[in-house]
Write a protein of this length. Structure first.
Length: 120
């Protein structure tokens, strides 16, 4: 198990919650997300909306273990969960009739992690 060296208390709490839920629900997807979030900030994933658009279909649920940026556009509805997102990216997701939520909210809605894609 990777140890996080982050001083961000929200990130440390989220990683701990993801690992705990992964064990309790037997859902390895949350352990994968926790491992990705445990990287240093410079090694964490940064994903543009254009990449999300290319790799998803209508009504997909995706989790980005890092930051979502606004380059590109979405031409279908998608639920996007990430640790961070630019304000413009959030607005573009909502403009496409999609939904932007935090990883913690997604974890509460879907503890088993079924039908959730990780975009790296």
């Amino acid at each position: 198990m990777r140890q996080t060296k982050s001083t961000n208390p929200q990130l440390v709490e989220l990683i701990s919650l993801l690992r705990k839920t992964s064990k309790e629900q037997n859902a390895p997807i949350w352990a994968d997300v926790a491992d990705d979030l445990a990287h240093t900030r410079s090694q964490r994933v940064v994903v543009n909306l254009s990449s999300i658009n290319r790799n998803t279909e209508k009504a997909d649920v995706v989790v980005v273990p890092g930051k979502v940026l606004s380059s590109g556009a979405l031409d279908h509805t998608v639920t996007v969960a990430s640790f961070e997102a630019s304000d413009t990216a959030k607005a573009k997701v909502q403009a496409s009739k999609g939904q932007y939520i935090s990883i913690k909210e997604l974890l509460e809605k879907n503890p088993k992690g079924s039908k959730v894609k990780i975009i790296r």
